[in-house]
Design a protein around this ligand. Structure first.
Ligand SMILES: Cc1ncc(COP(=O)(O)O)c(C=O)c1O
Length: 293
């Protein structure tokens, strides 16, 4: 099999030769931004929305993206083509670039763009079909006046701490509360509950990322006449929900059947969740919701 080709600053290099400097501030300080994007059947799902979020994250960090959006689109497409991928998970990274050992970004004259196109499977298919167990972690989501997860930055320690907690307690995923005690999101997913036929999901100002899958699910649900509320919610509302599920580019839609030992609904993936999963996959496969290559 041909070696995977990685895009680094305008060049496509075989994986074995695709290296970045140990002085890159992305490596030294987590100083950079990224996106995880999927392509289904030669259509990049919601590419414009991902680019919008990437450039917004970069603006907050005052990180200059060295490519225009059109150039970025072309770079992503050339990476997919170089790897002969019709279905893919794309990791798009913009790092601060090479600097010295101090953290001052002014010492990094040129940011770097890296694109990795491959595949991803977060959890075994059977786990997803059975539903996953989760816990609400002791780790609070980074606050919105700090390293907020409204910015999709390369610093995921907050999520990694929570993931370690989930691993230690033998569950599949963690759910964050924010500093006010409201439910925020998963480690790399947004969270929804279903209660009496209504969908509820926390807004960005709780500290969650503005999820592109979350938005797509809101759209799909609204079209199907399912009422959606975007508002903060409590842990108790999650424990007592009829259904709970996660959304994310890598996750797509994952049913949650247990939270901190409380069984959700009847302990099986819920009807609304499964219906939404079907509708979301149809939506993701509709070429009008993405960019063809
Ligand atoms: C912290 C966080 N929240 C939510 C999401 C889900 O966002 P999206 O649906 O845009 O992939 C992600 C995934 O990238 C994430 O990292």
């Amino acid at each position: 099999m041909a070696e995977q080709m990685i895009y680094i600053d305008g060049k496509l290099l075989p994986k074995s030769e695709a290296h970045v400097s140990v002085f890159d501030h992305g490596f030294l300080y987590g100083d950079g931004v990224f996106e995880g994007i999927r392509a289904y059947n030669s259509v990049i799902f919601k590419l414009d929305e991902h680019l919008e979020r990437l450039y917004a994250s970069a603006k907050t960090l005052m990180l200059e993206v060295p490519l225009t959006r059109d150039q970025m689109r072309e770079a992503i497409i050339s990476t997919l083509k170089a790897n002969g991928l019709r279905d893919a998970y794309i990791r798009l990274i913009v790092t601060r670039g090479v600097g010295d050992l101090g953290l001052d970004p002014r010492k990094c004259p040129k940011s770097s763009v890296i694109i990795i196109a491959g595949t991803i499977s977060l959890m075994a298919k059977e786990t997803v079909e059975r539903g996953i167990k989760t816990l609400i972690t002791w780790v609070r989501r980074d606050p919105i006046d700090g390293t907020s997860h409204e910015v999709k930055s390369m610093n995921y320690l907050n999520s990694i701490l929570a993931k370690i907690e989930a691993n230690n307690f033998g569950v599949d995923e963690a759910i964050f509360l924010n500093h006010q005690g409201y439910v925020c999101e998963g480690t790399a997913e947004n969270v929804f509950i279903v209660k009496r036929g209504r969908l509820i999901t926390p807004p960005t100002y709780t500290g969650a990322l503005a999820g592109i899958t979350q938005q797509a699910v809101i759209e799909v649900a609204s079209r199907a006449g399912i009422p959606v509320e975007v508002r903060p919610m409590s842990a108790s509302e999650v424990f007592n929900a009829d259904e709970v599920f996660f959304t994310g580019t890598a996750a797509e839609i994952i049913p949650v059947t247990m939270v901190n030992g409380r069984t959700i609904g009847d302990g099986k993936p819920g009807k609304t969740t499964l219906k939404l999963r079907g509708m979301f996959m149809e939506y993701a496969l509709d070429p009008s919701n993405g960019t063809r290559y």
